[in-house]
Design a binder for this molecule. Structure first.
Ligand SMILES: O=C(O)CCC(=O)C(=O)O
Ligand SMILES: [Fe+2]
Length: 129
């Protein structure tokens, strides 16, 4: 495995991948689905912080990268997010629209990174209300 299954931590990821397949997303009901490289396109991924701010309206997709034994692959990712002291919490408008109420407690970006470093895959549920 090139990169184990994960969601991206920050707001948005903008990704360029070379012409070798490897990136896969997990789709409920279908399993692992390849994201085929397109030289004219960038992949834009929603991260955990976007998921929190949107009060879970926008999903952060689980993805992984497999190793290709015959073809070299490279990717360049830009992880866009607020400064580490910024407090992230669901926007009030998204909460008002969502009958299930506030889904996540407020965290600083720094705190969320620390929670995720200790509990990969569990961080969102650990800040669920
Ligand atoms: O190499 C890729 O296509 C994706 C890399 C990735 O998921 C990441 O850096 O978070
Ligand atoms: Fe990723």
């Amino acid at each position: 495995m090139g990169l184990a299954p994960h969601t991206d931590t920050f707001l948005l990821t903008i990704l360029h991948q070379s012409q070798t397949t490897g990136l896969q997303i997990f789709k409920e009901g279908s399993g692992w689905v390849p994201v085929h490289p397109d030289p004219s396109a960038l992949v834009v991924n929603i991260g955990d912080l976007f998921h929190i701010i949107s009060n879970a309206r926008f999903p952060c997709v689980v993805h992984r990268v497999t190793v290709n034994r015959t073809h070299q692959r490279y990717s360049v990712a830009y992880f866009h997010g607020p400064p580490v002291d910024y407090v992230v919490s669901p926007f009030s408008t998204t909460v008002l629209d969502n009958k299930s109420g506030v889904r996540f407690r407020a965290v600083t970006v720094k705190e969320y990174i620390a929670i995720k470093a200790r509990n990969l895959g569990e961080a969102l549920s650990l800040i669920s209300t």
